[in-house]
Design a protein around this ligand. Structure first.
Ligand SMILES: NC(=O)c1ccc[n+]([C@@H]2O[C@H](COP(=O)([O-])OP(=O)(O)OC[C@H]3O[C@@H](n4cnc5c(N)ncnc54)[C@H](OP(=O)(O)O)[C@@H]3O)[C@@H](O)[C@H]2O)c1
Length: 326
């Protein structure tokens, strides 16, 4: 099969088309003929040598696909060979064929095409797990996502506002802030010209926000602590601003704050399967009704994966960057 491999750690040019043997099915897995694959920032970190491949996972990049099931034991799943699914995978998505644990395959929401379906798994699994499970966002609580126009951000804004919460988002330009608002954020905050901490205190009558989904970390932590409500939670999913910060733990102590985080990729299949069930129950009906829409910024042919990565690193995109297998 044709695939995109990382020939050595480096810039987008190290992503090159290659011939690889077909992936071998393990117990509990299905083989998918890939129609489309999503590009995610963790793929960029893997390409640069900063995100080691978990043991047993494919060395090929790609954490989410959509496509046709062509092989595997489907008993008890209600799925049949030939069905179209979208799947969260541990790697290997930038290829004509990819294996996925059966339990991490979800039906393509009605009305969505293959590219839209492939754009869902990585961000929906990550957002659900970190906002509603780890962050325990409860009824009536207020939410902030940093990086509102990232793939993660556009999902977080739509899903969390559709679940009935007030949502705020930060982004790096006024234009991106307006995009956040058009997706359901009450206010997009330009972090280059505005202080999100002050703004959020004002917007909540001094109370603060309850859950922050943060991909920045570093010195942001102190500003986030300042605008957290009592009992508030910061959930870290990346550290784009650095892994170190000096923090006054007095706030954590006195105001019962929680600073937590997680990475999805190394978690076991059963953990991901449980998130998948919640997504099917809560998010898939919203996708099928059009309440939540995939936000596809640009789609490249598989062969142009390096151009897709260069676009992601330019950070000019709003939403998802996709690869289509011809
Ligand atoms: N923990 C997990 O399980 C998990 C899973 C998936 C993804 N992630 C992480 O989540 C992040 C987003 O992933 P993605 O694929 O959606 O990437 P992406 O589309 O490339 O988004 C990266 C975003 O970071 C924003 N950003 C950078 N510095 C910022 C700052 N100081 N304040 C606010 N926003 C800032 C950029 O916005 P501007 O251009 O506007 O600055 C951009 O929107 C990545 O870091 C990725 O590694 C984690």
């Amino acid at each position: 099969m044709r695939a995109i491999e990382i020939v050595q750690p480096g810039g987008p040019e190290v992503l090159q088309i290659c011939e690889r043997p077909m992936p071998v099915l393990k117990a509990g897995e299905v083989l998918i003929k890939v129609h489309a694959a999503g590009v995610n920032r963790p793929d960029v970190f893997q390409r640069t040598g900063n995100y080691p491949v978990p043991p047993g996972a494919s060395d090929l990049p790609g954490l989410e696909v959509s496509g046709e099931i062509v092989d595997g034991d489907l008993s008890g799943s209600g799925l049949r060979k030939g069905d179209m699914v979208c799947a969260l995978v541990q790697g290997g998505g930038y290829a004509e064929y990819c294996t996925a644990p059966l339990e991490q395959c979800l039906p393509v929401p009605k009305g969505l095409d293959a590219v839209e379906a492939a754009s869902l798994p990585e961000t929906f699994f990550t957002v659900w797990s970190n906002v509603f499970d780890r962050g325990a966002l409860a009824e009536g609580e207020v939410f902030l996502v940093q990086g509102g126009t990232s793939g993660i951000g556009v999902t977080a804004i739509q899903l969390v506002s559709a679940m009935g919460h007030r949502v705020f988002a930060t982004a790096g330009s006024d234009e991106k802030c307006r995009a956040c608002e058009s997706l359901g954020a009450e206010r997009g905050i330009n972090y280059k010209t505005e202080d999100f901490s002050e703004l959020l205190k004002a917007a909540t009558n001094g109370r603060g926000v309850d859950v922050i989904l943060d991909m920045v970390g570093g010195e942001y932590i102190n500003r986030e602590i300042r605008c957290l409500a009592d009992d508030g939670r910061i959930v870290l999913i990346a550290l784009l601003g650095g892994s170190k910060a000096q923090v006054d733990l007095g706030h954590v102590l006195r105001r019962r704050l929680t600073i937590t985080g997680s990475t999805l990729r190394p978690r076991p299949v059963a953990f991901k399967a449980a998130i998948g069930k919640k997504l099917l129950q809560h998010a898939w009906p919203m996708l099928e009704s059009g309440r939540i829409k995939p936000v596809i910024y640009k789609t490249f042919p598989l062969e142009q994966a390096s151009a897709a990565h260069a676009l992601m690193e330019s950070s000019t995109h709003v939403g998802k960057i996709m690869l289509k297998v011809q």
